[in-house]
Design a protein around this ligand. Structure first.
Ligand SMILES: *Cc1c(COP(=O)(O)O)cnc(C)c1O
Length: 373
């Protein structure tokens, strides 16, 4: 028995003809960099999210960076985020010229703990970036209230949360900007690198449209010093096809997550993910927590089940951020999660039989692994 962590081949097989035709259209139209295929995807993704605008860019890291630049964040500023995220969230802050300031996460949802945000605010703070980790929205209402009270922007890192909801509204549409990655393994994935910012602010839309295209107001007339951050035409065409299948894929992930929950709820050594009452979780990652995680991961691999770790080192303990002077103990919840998170196989085409095989393997592995750590 071999169970992969992710199977993109199985995901794309039923869409093969439709995707090939979409790619051929781009080739025939010679519309490779930006252009009409990107515009059409932007319109459909904005409509899907219920946002006024979507700006396609090169990847999710670009989306975060350009959202910050578009809001005027730069040198001397501070941006509050969480250490339990992919490195890109903090990198985008640093590349804007600002400094990342971390707050710990909530132990139940693994997202920004709103109760810790206010004490991290200083006169330099300009924005908050909540991360909708694993496909579940952060608790946005208290975060938005704090931002409003202190005059801060809110940029949502929705790179793992395509189609996720907070109180019935789509993740990414609650703050000033929502940033998405279409990296191939994400819930909505391109055939390469791509990303987007969604926003309801016309001023921000116009700025990001210029920043991603060398700051051009019109061709060869540069209002800003921008960057080449355009989305490829082929990615726009592929994403427009795949967007039609996102809700079905997310529903499949949710059903598989429920099955994992049913089959593992009685297993005391496993902490299961919790869907908050305000959230519709789309399970980009199905992460459980176990003691002796590295041993469990290796034993699962020996049984043919590929698991992952998202992420083994919280951002504040990364070597690259040693300059911030943060040491172990600074964010105990994020650190404890990083030590114990184990991501089980999760993709829409995973079968119920495979889920049962994973849970059975996990129960066997845990029975053979000494408790405590
Ligand atoms: C994937 C991801 C990013 C970066 O997206 P890229 O498209 O790889 O640049 C940023 N933040 C989070 C939380 C992500 O999961």
């Amino acid at each position: 028995m071999q169970i992969p962590f992710l199977d993109l081949k199985a995901h794309h097989a039923p869409l093969r003809d439709e995707l090939n035709a979409a790619i051929q259209e781009v080739v025939d139209a010679n519309a490779f960099a930006g252009g009409p295929f990107v515009t059409r995807f932007e319109e459909s993704f904005a409509a899907y999210c219920g946002a006024r605008a979507c700006i396609g860019v090169g990847n999710g890291t670009d989306a975060l960076w350009m959202a910050l630049l578009g809001l005027g964040i730069g040198r001397g500023d501070e941006v509050i985020t969480v250490p339990s995220t992919f490195m890109a969230t903090a990198e985008a802050i640093t590349y804007s010229g600002a400094t990342p300031v971390f707050v710990d996460i909530d132990e139940r949802t693994y997202n920004m703990d709103p109760a810790l945000v206010e004490r991290a605010i200083t006169p330099r703070t300009k924005a908050i970036i909540p991360v909708h980790l694993f496909g579940q929205s952060a608790d946005m209402d208290p975060i938005l209230a704090i931002a409003k009270a202190h005059g801060l922007y809110v940029v949502e890192d929705a790179c793992q949360a395509h189609g996720a909801e907070y109180k019935g509204r789509k993740a990414g549409t609650l703050g000033d900007a929502g940033c998405f990655s279409f990296y191939p393994g994400k819930n909505l994935g391109a055939f390469g690198e791509a990303g987007a910012v969604v926003t309801n602010r016309d001023d921000l839309k116009e700025k990001i449209q210029m920043f991603r295209d060398h700051g051009q107001a019109k061709k060869y007339f540069h209002r800003y010093i921008g960057w080449n951050g355009r989305m490829d035409g082929i990615q726009g065409a592929v994403l427009k096809v795949k967007l039609k299948h996102l809700d079905r894929s997310n529903a499949a992930r949710r059903a598989l997550a429920q099955q994992y929950g049913r089959e593992l709820q009685a297993v005391k050594a496993v902490t299961l993910p919790v869907e908050a009452t305000y959230a519709k979780h789309v399970y980009h990652i199905y992460a459980v927590r176990v003691a002796n995680r590295d041993q469990v991961l290796a034993a699962m691999a020996a049984k043919g089940v590929s698991c992952g770790i998202h992420y083994p080192v919280p951002v504040h303990l990364q070597e690259a951020y040693s300059g911030l002077g943060l040491v172990r103990g600074a964010f105990p919840v994020a650190e404890a999660c990083a030590d114990t998170f184990l991501s089980l196989p999760m993709f829409p085409e995973l079968t119920p039989a495979q889920v049962s095989a994973v849970t059975q393997a996990l129960v066997e592995v845990l029975a053979a692994t000494p408790a405590g750590r």
